[in-house]
Design a protein around this ligand. Sequence first.
Ligand SMILES: O=P(O)(O)O[C@H]1O[C@H](CO)[C@@H](O)[C@H]1O
Ligand SMILES: O=c1cc[nH]c(=O)[nH]1
Length: 236
Amino acid sequence: MTTPHNTAKFGEIAKTVLMPGDPLRAKYIAETYLENPVQFNNIRNMFGYTGTYKGKQISVMGSGMGMASIGIYSYELYKFYDVENIIRIGSAGAYTEELNLHDIVLVDSAWSQSTFAKTQAGVEGDIQYPNELLTNKIEDTAKQINIPIIKGRIHSSDVFYYESSVPNYVDFYNDHKCICTEMESYALFHNAKVLGKKAACLVTIGDSLVTHEELSAEARETSFDKMMNLALEACL
Ligand SMILES: O=P(O)(O)O[C@H]1O[C@H](CO)[C@@H](O)[C@H]1O
Ligand SMILES: O=c1cc[nH]c(=O)[nH]1
């Protein structure tokens, strides 16, 4: 079957999907790393591809920005396409000087003010967790292939631009122990949990709220090769 947002037919999407926010990052991964990639979706330019990596069938698809968007795409992948694992491969903003541009963070929990889980399934609580097995697999793979990662809690936010009248990154770091921020993992982890599936999240630091350094849009699209390699190797 197809959905209003995805034209793939059942069976055209692999059991494991790598999911960047940026659909052009998905295109880059498919064209750079997958053998024989076949595009299964272009509705709303939310590109999705299936190919093989070292003989293993893998899909990669953009999620768009924010929980509403990844909420739709990840739900459909799990529920209607029988996807088992989604690994988000995102960009994030650092909340601490200890994180530098291009550092890779493996998310061990996502804190959020979002009402996504409560609205979607009546689930209370401001922290969602990734699947432990999948996260351990990524951590073990990182050790094996010698890619440094930092494990930590992420702030999964509904907001990118804040006014100065509300709490800022210093509060999120001090009060909630979040080391960086992005906008999707809380909803992804929730969807995986309610549907009995697995999700994990890797992010690469693309900017710093502390130092105000930032990578260009193009770099966020095409320079996260270490994280892409790690995610692909963890799928094997
Ligand atoms: O680079 P992606 O994966 O989109 O992730 C981050 O970048 C976007 C904001 O610029 C948000 O989607 C945020 O989560
Ligand atoms: O969601 C995001 C991603 C990168 N940087 C931010 O400040 N927020």
